[in-house]
Design a protein around this ligand. Structure first.
Ligand code: C2O
Ligand code: CU
Length: 476
């Protein structure tokens, strides 16, 4: 059990950029990010948010509808999402609906699927959602800045048959870099040191836009916990003290329930996990949901047991398995197109030159234009696609990370499965983002069945901006 004082100590990430003066501990309001209604207009505009503990200054952010995270968009599977984006920002923006097997025109990639929306203008997003699960939305225009300033929100797609949990709680986790005045550290936007290393790592972890949240529970409950990592670059490591979380979905797609190794959930930028967690402690108990990637553990949230209300006396048995989404049971690997994707560059990567806009450029010239990463020898979005296939073609991609850094490889418009085991014949879970460790190799297979032009990039947003991006084309 964590006391108030130590809980507060746990709350704050070791401050890297000069401290924000400590304030007395104040109990924070409970705020679940999952609401019953669904946004229909998202206005992106400057706002203020209390991301630091109360008593400390409010932070100037950019937000959807003045909220960080933006209001959740919540629909049923098969519904049409209709959202008008109003751009109240001083720069162009778009919305990308991360993880949705979406109509290509609604994918929100400027210069590939739509024109960026200028300040003062609007764009109507309307699309069907084929899969139930936990998805999210964020800008795809200067996302390394716009997302870091607070633009992101959840897209929750409910199952046809609602699974029987006592509570459905979403925790949106973000890693902020805050300066001494309690404001977003603007001076380091575009910093090549970050761009060529791990990306922009922060010094403040927020949960649902707050320094920490309490999650009220009752003994005996079974809680669905949706975790989403909206950090620019930080890979989060989550554990729940005194509880045994079961993973029931990854990146929105159901999996056969399993207990993660060592009880630790690893979430790279952009990834989601749905957990089933049984409340096995006694009334009045408290347990931290801790994030442990930094030097000290940080309490992202605290399970706060009601003092006397008990949901049930008998523990529940078998975990709830979510119904699968309409994805194929298997993919014809033998008929797959084979593609290599070699990740290159970054600090200690030894990249000497790369293609950019059709020309070979040496590393100095590349760095001058903010490029330090490459895929298959090309820095930045290439003119020609990585592959161009007719609709329905299976594609096997061997991802070879030659760099000294891990990368969170994200594919638009499709989910893929990792092929593991000695013969690369064992299917892993469906995902939309895969963390590929430094100097390692992973193979994935997808069924390229969603027509259009789709991005494939590192979701560490500085790596994307600094060149680690390509695209592929699926015919109609
Ligand atoms: Cu979550 Cu291409 O992005
Ligand atoms: Cu990367």
């Amino acid at each position: 059990m964590v006391t108030r004082m130590s809980r507060r100590a746990l709350n704050r990430r070791a401050v890297l950029l000069g401290g924000v003066a400590g304030a007395a501990f104040v109990a924070l309001p409970v705020r679940h990010s999952v609401l019953a209604s669904s946004a229909t207009v998202l206005r992106a505009a400057p706002a203020e948010a209390q991301v630091l503990p109360s008593g400390e200054p409010a932070t100037r952010v950019w937000a959807y509808d003045g909220q960080v995270p933006g209001p959740p968009v919540r629909v049923r599977r098969g519904d049409i999402v209709r959202v008008r984006l109003d751009n109240g920002l001083p720069q162009p923006t778009t919305i990308h609906w991360h993880g949705v097997r979406i109509d290509n025109r609604m994918d929100g990639v400027p210069g590939l699927t739509q024109e960026p929306v200028p300040p003062g203008e609007t764009f109507e997003y309307a699309f069907a959602v084929p899969d139930a699960g936990t998805f999210w939305y964020h800008p795809h225009s200067r996302s390394w800045e716009q997302q870091a300033r607070g633009l992101y929100g959840l897209l929750i797609v409910e199952e046809d048959e609602p699974p029987r949990f006592d509570q459905d709680v979403a925790l949106v986790l973000d890693d902020w870099r805050i300066d001494e005045a309690g404001q977003i550290h603007e001076a380091s936007f575009g910093h090549m040191m970050d761009w060529s290393h791990a990306g922009r790592l922060g010094n403040l972890l927020t949960t649902n836009g707050l320094d920490s949240v309490d999650v009220p529970v009752r003994a005996g409950e079974r809680v669905r916990l949706r975790l989403c990592n909206t950090s620019n670059a930080r890979t989060l490591r989550i554990r729940i003290d005194d509880h045994t979380p079961m993973v029931i979905a990854l990146d929105g797609q159901p999996v056969a329930p399993f207990a993660p190794a060592g009880g630790e959930i690893v979430l790279a930028s952009g990834q989601r996990t749905d957990l089933s967690v049984d409340m096995i402690l006694n009334p009045g108990a408290r347990a931290a949901i801790a994030e442990t990637s930094g030097r000290e553990a940080v309490a992202a949230a605290t399970l706060t047991y009601h003092d006397d209300a008990v949901a049930r006396e008998q523990p529940l048995d078998a975990p709830i398995a979510l119904a699968p989404n309409p994805l194929p049971d298997s993919i014809d690997i033998a008929g797959a197109l084979d593609v290599d994707l070699v990740m290159q560059g970054g600090a200690m990567g030894g990249l000497r030159e790369a293609q950019h806009k059709g020309e070979t450029k040496d590393i100095r010239t590349l760095v001058e234009s903010g490029l330090v990463w490459a895929l298959n020898g090309v820095a930045g979005r290439p003119e020609t696609p990585l592959f161009d296939v007719p609709r329905g073609r299976p594609v096997r991609i061997r991802m070879v990370n030659e760099t000294a850094w891990p990368h969170a490889m994200h594919l638009h418009g499709h989910h893929f499965r990792e092929l593991a085991g000695p013969n690369k014949s064992v299917y892993g879970p469906w995902r939309d983002t895969l963390l590929v460790d430094r100097r390692s190799e992973r193979t994935v297979v997808l069924l390229a069945d969603n027509p259009g032009d789709w991005l494939l990039h590192c979701h560490m947003l500085e790596h994307h901006a600094a060149g680690m991006v390509t695209w592929f084309r699926v015919g109609a």
